[in-house]
Design a protein around this ligand. Structure first.
Ligand SMILES: [Zn+2]
Length: 130
């Protein structure tokens, strides 16, 4: 097992979302390291439910959870997303559908959905333990 504690973020490739999520994960959950899986608009990809990109995300989450011992998985939707363009309502819907897919993978982890708005701050929209 790798040294230190890990969390997992399924984030957009958008450079504006990297530091906010990395900082928020370390501060909020006290993890030492944040494994970051990036795709353009990952909430839109996961909301579709299947396909090679979904399988690829699943494989990378598996490495983070089973290789690094992460027990927290966060899916991100964000403001002004070029990879999955659309209004807030659609973004949240895609995050929630994506969370259902992640839950179906049965990893031993807490699963959260978050929104990063035009202030580039992280807001929780779903937490599997609440
Ligand atoms: Zn994006």
């Amino acid at each position: 097992m790798a040294e230190g504690t890990f969390g997992t973020v399924i984030n957009c490739m958008d450079g504006r979302t990297q530091l906010p999520l990395n900082d928020w994960m370390r501060v909020t959950f006290g993890v030492d390291h944040v494994d970051t899986i990036t795709e353009p608009g990952p909430n839109g990809i996961l909301a579709k439910g299947e396909g090679p990109l979904v399988d690829s995300i699943n494989n990378r989450v598996d490495i983070s959870v089973n290789g690094h011992g992460s027990r927290i998985i966060v899916l991100v939707g964000h403001y002004n997303c070029a990879g999955n363009p659309g209004p807030r309502e659609m973004q949240d819907e895609h995050v929630m559908k994506g969370i259902d897919i992640i839950k179906s993978w049965n990893f031993p982890a807490r699963i959260l959905g978050v929104w990063v708005g035009d202030d580039w701050k992280v807001q929780v929209i779903h937490d599997s333990i609440e």
